[in-house]
Write a new protein. Sequence first.
Length: 235
Amino acid sequence: MTQTSAHCWYNGQIVEREKAAPSVASASFHLGTGVFDGMMAYWNRDHYYMHRAEEHLVRFRDGAACMGLTFPWSVEQLLAGIMELLKHEPKRTQYIRPIAFRGAPELWITGSEGRPADVSIFTVRTDQHRDLDAAISCELSSVERISSRSIPRQIKVSGVYVNSFLARRMAEKSGADDGLMFDRDGHLTEASAANVFLISGDRLITPRIKADVFPGITREVVMEIARDKGINVQE
């Protein structure tokens, strides 16, 4: 079971996690209109190393704005909130999950502009000693990557991840760990929740960023490291 933090940062304050829950009649809960992001905070003996935290939070704030979920907290304030929240949790590697949503009871699709948005940030304890050399199995999924002409792929809209859930669930039911999804034209896009890289000879190959491929921050990091090491990267 996921070890979620007992507390969360909620609209500028540290509160008990369940006090930040949306109403059962929340439009974001029913329609999937929340926007989230995720990043790692690696515990390194006496401090946390945050993986590209500002870039993740800029993407989170911009994505929320695209969905009309505007909020007053700056990237710097969100980052300060994360650091305050980590003081309440065990000193170990944590996954950080910020999410913006409309928590008030309001079901209808129309009239969403101007309704207040809530922001919560919580953590999930992560095993930092897992075997990174162990292989995982992937199947070529029959679940098609949703088109950005339907829902923008460059932001993490909660409802979009039904697509990822179905691909992962189908893979696991067939005995695989994950599913590789293709777009409508039959081009490889990504796995259920990760960008994809292939090794061919001395080349590192990844699908180029286009409408239906998520522009992952970690994707950019992998490409930067590869190029620094003199590896031929081909999109």
